[in-house]
Design a binder for this molecule. Structure first.
Ligand SMILES: *Cc1c(COP(=O)(O)O)cnc(C)c1O
Length: 377
């Protein structure tokens, strides 16, 4: 069976984890956490980084920093992972769902502005498949209405909007290092803060709502509870694992690029015949090869293709079920959302296997299977 994903180990993980042990302090916020923070700054211009246990917890930090309450509305795309919503729902906010663009799962900027009310406090956008949302347009709208922008950059490591890396545009950005992402520490994430005035508070929220960092700096001699917070930071063992992966990021990205491009070239003929649609890369986007997806013409066709591939030992998977139709929202909300594009991506999007060790002859096997599927219908 060709799996959908296979986590990649660089080989250096064990060595660096041992080094973390040898430092004698591995609860977190130590040597490897610093190394990771510096790496993100040097390579991607991400200035104020806080490693977290997951992207979900990074978004929970952002939600606390925005002082989200039950009086607030937060706009998110419906076609996304549940973690884009829950950190804000946890603070009591009303989640307002926006549709995707006609041409990509990214948020529809034209609809976004219509959803803003005096209660809107934040917008969370998702760069689906690491392909950037139109950040100039989004920041212009948000600044005009004085609303926070949070980039859910879970897919978006090493990807650009125009000439700057994703994670540098919003007031906040959350990255994920879950095992399904390009760079992984099993579980892991990071909050990036671009609003300088928030950093002081973020340091407290990160470490259980205490001023422990000020004690480490020698500014105070005992630390106290000073704010809301939680235990958001990962152990040094997780940070060492992440740092080992970061050392190989160029290799990882190069491998993924070759696989992605091979899929594209070998499936392009089906797009010309209007059997499927392939991802569109806009002028302002770069590709970080996080996801290779195709769009089928209907849910039944997509599900038949999944079954056909499975019979031939290939695991391809669909992605999100639009959140506006989730059981939780259906039960809680009296609002009816009509989001045809989000529904369409829920029903027709199919992701193909993409991982570092996927050999190109297997990619060719997969594309041949897809071609033969479309010849037979
Ligand atoms: C993976 C993912 C998350 C959650 O990441 P965790 O690190 O598992 O918490 C959030 N948003 C999106 C869009 C994701 O794909």
């Amino acid at each position: 069976m060709i799996p959908f994903n296979k986590p990649y180990l660089t080989g250096q993980e064990y060595e660096l984890i041992e080094k973390a042990f040898s430092k004698g302090k591995f609860s977190g916020n130590g040597y490897f956490t610093d190394k990771c923070h510096r790496f993100f700054k040097d390579h991607f211009g991400l200035s104020n980084c806080f490693l977290t246990n997951s992207a979900t917890s990074a978004l929970e930090m952002a939600s606390l920093l925005c002082n989200i309450t039950k009086e607030d509305e937060v706009i998110i795309p419906s076609y996304t992972f549940v973690s884009t919503a829950t950190p804000f729902a946890l603070r009591g906010a009303r989640i307002v769902f926006c549709d995707s663009e006609p041409t990509s799962p990214n948020i529809d900027v034209l609809q976004l502005e219509q959803l803003i009310t005096p209660k809107t406090k934040a917008i969370v956008i998702v760069h689906y498949a690491g392909l950037a949302c139109d950040m100039d347009a989004i920041m212009e709208i948000a600044n005009r209405h004085e609303i926070f922008v949070i980039e859910d950059a879970a897919h978006s490591i090493a990807s650009l909007y125009k000439d700057k890396f994703l994670g540098t545009y919003g007031h906040f950005a959350a990255f994920s290092f879950h095992e399904t992402k390009n760079i992984s520490s099993g579980q892991g994430g990071m909050l990036v803060i671009n609003d300088q005035s928030m950093i002081n508070r973020a340091e407290k929220i990160w470490i259980k709502g205490t001023n422990q960092l000020d004690m480490q700096r020698g500014i105070i001699d005992k630390y106290e509870w000073v704010d809301l917070g939680s235990n958001f930071y990962p152990s040094e063992i997780t940070a060492a694992l992440l740092f080992a992966q970061l050392q190989k990021i160029e290799f990882i990205q190069k491998k993924r690029k070759t696989i992605w491009n091979t899929y594209y070239e070998q499936l392009h003929h089906l797009e010309i015949k209007e059997k499927i649609s392939l991802p569109i890369i806009k002028d302002y986007q770069s590709n970080n090869y996080h996801i290779f997806y195709i769009l089928c013409t209907s849910i039944s066709e997509r599900n038949n293709l999944i079954d056909f591939l499975k019979q031939n030992n290939v695991l391809a998977v669909f992605h999100y079920s639009a959140l506006h139709s989730s059981p939780y929202i259906q039960e809680k909300s009296t609002n009816k959302f009509e989001l045809p594009n989000a529904d369409r991506y829920s029903e027709t999007l199919l992701r193909l296997p993409l991982f570092v060790e996927l050999e190109l002859n297997l990619v060719t096997k997969i594309t041949s299977l897809i071609s033969s599927f479309y010849e037979s219908i």
